[in-house]
Design a protein around this ligand. Structure first.
Ligand SMILES: *Cc1c(COP(=O)(O)O)cnc(C)c1O
Length: 412
């Protein structure tokens, strides 16, 4: 049963329902794109106002000390840590995901210079592949990147020649999720370094990085963590790699004593070695405040609601939309899926444009994927049922069949 009444009852019994009040969501919009850009929190707005009007305007240069700006990368890292199952000193907040991946991957390659194979997936997020190709070439060990088509190929490639296994935990197009613990264990048993991209995992699914033994991870601040457009990202390194080979973007904030102004580089012994230059204070303060909403949240509850939302969406679309040109691109089984649901449709772009005009905001990934991020802290069960009904109605009435909906905007 997927009636709206049923959804209303689920909302009334939802232990996370009150969290929606922490967000500043536009009225009348069903926002299912928090996997691409999380919404504004009231806390982030207040923190930015304070940072601008008081710390910057009044405190000026003194705020590096008095407002603790200089400690932001470590402080925000420590706040992300519990969400990914890491110790507070194992995470640093800095730069963006692409840059951080380059740093981490370069270290990983230097840790296994005698091994020639690096593995990632052909359908990984393109930036990960671009970065990996450059890192592999620049490391200069003669290694090369193998792009696999299916996760089934991983086991056959885990051997003594595998230097680095670099995977994105949750696929950005389909939401398909790897078994992080099992894959990490097998690759590490063969002596490989394991690097995870958690862009679609942090804040979306429970993670236990430290227990998994994973070597490194990177993740994104502006998706499920709601840090704001272009928010700083993060790096995790297992404690055994603190003090690992120097990452290539050595800069003064990664120095053991930045304010000694030493002409010779000496890396910090902790996660600060992954810093390069001055942190972007405004972005970091917004992310820090946005993380407040997680303080008393149980990731098990988040996961339970995420699974229920995704199942409800899939079931409602299946029931009402039978016979339409819509196929589920995400795994049907919750255990193999992150916190998003994707469908394929031959006119996905036009359909998404029509959906947005009808108040349902998801996004589209070329060539044919309609993507919906279901974020338990602010998405209600009624939103999911309403979105499914609007999607089905658009398709049945061919409301997407309008020339203007086929003209692409720059950002999809
Ligand atoms: C969103 C995303 C990124 C984004 O990288 P930026 O440097 O922030 O642009 C990278 N990798 C994956 C897998 C992503 O989903």
């Amino acid at each position: 049963m997927t009636s709206r009444k049923h959804a209303e009852r689920l909302d009334a019994a939802d232990p996370l329902a009150h969290k929606r009040n922490a967000f500043d969501l536009p009225k009348g919009m069903i926002y299912l794109d928090g996997n691409s850009l999380g919404p504004l929190t009231h806390a982030a707005r207040a923190a930015l106002a304070q940072t601008i009007d008081v710390e910057w305007a009044q405190g000026l240069i003194g705020s590096w000390n008095t407002a603790g700006w200089v400690d932001l990368p470590r402080r925000v890292g420590a706040r992300i840590a519990p969400l990914i199952g890491a110790g507070p000193d194992d995470v640093i907040c800095t730069d963006g995901t692409s840059l951080n991946l380059f740093k981490v991957l370069s270290v990983a390659l230097d840790l296994r210079p005698q091994r020639m194979r690096v593995i990632s997936e052909r359908h990984n997020f393109p930036t990960d592949l671009y970065v990996a190709e450059q890192a592999v070439q620049r490391a200069g060990h003669g290694q090369s990147l193998t792009r696999i088509d299916s996760p089934d190929e991983i086991d056959g490639l885990i051997d003594e020649n595998l230097a680095v296994l670099m995977l994105t935990h949750v696929d950005y197009r389909t939401g398909a999720m790897h078994d992080l613990a099992a894959i990490t264990e097998r690759a590490r048993a063969a002596g490989a370094i394991v690097v995870w991209d958690l862009a679609h995992s942090a804040g979306a699914v429970p993670l236990d990085l430290r227990t998994s033994g994973a070597d490194f991870a990177v993740g994104c601040g502006y998706k499920y963590l709601n840090g704001g457009p272009g928010a700083p990202a993060f790096i995790y390194a297992h404690p055994r790699h603190h003090g690992a080979p120097q990452q290539p973007l050595a800069g003064w904030f990664g120095h053991a004593d930045p304010f000694a102004f030493d002409p010779d580089f000496a890396p910090a012994a902790d996660m600060r070695a992954f810093l390069a230059g001055t942190p972007g204070v405004l972005g970091m303060r917004a992310l820090e405040a946005a993380l407040d909403v997680w303080a008393d949240v149980d990731m098990g509850e988040v996961r339970a609601k995420s699974v229920a939302l995704c199942d409800l969406f899939i079931e409602t679309v299946a029931q009402r939309g039978a016979g339409l040109d819509l196929t589920l691109a995400s795994p049907r089984e919750a255990a193999a899926r992150g916190s998003q649901v994707s469908f394929r449709h031959p006119e996905a772009y036009a359909v998404m444009r029509a959906l947005i005009d009808h108040g349902v905001v998801g996004d589209m990934r070329a060539p044919d994927i309609l993507r919906f991020g279901l974020t338990p802290l602010y998405t209600r069960y009624v939103d999911v049922v309403d979105a499914a009904e609007i999607l089905v109605r658009i398709l049945k009435e061919r409301r997407h069949d309008v020339p203007a909906y086929r003209e692409r905007a720059t950002v999809t």
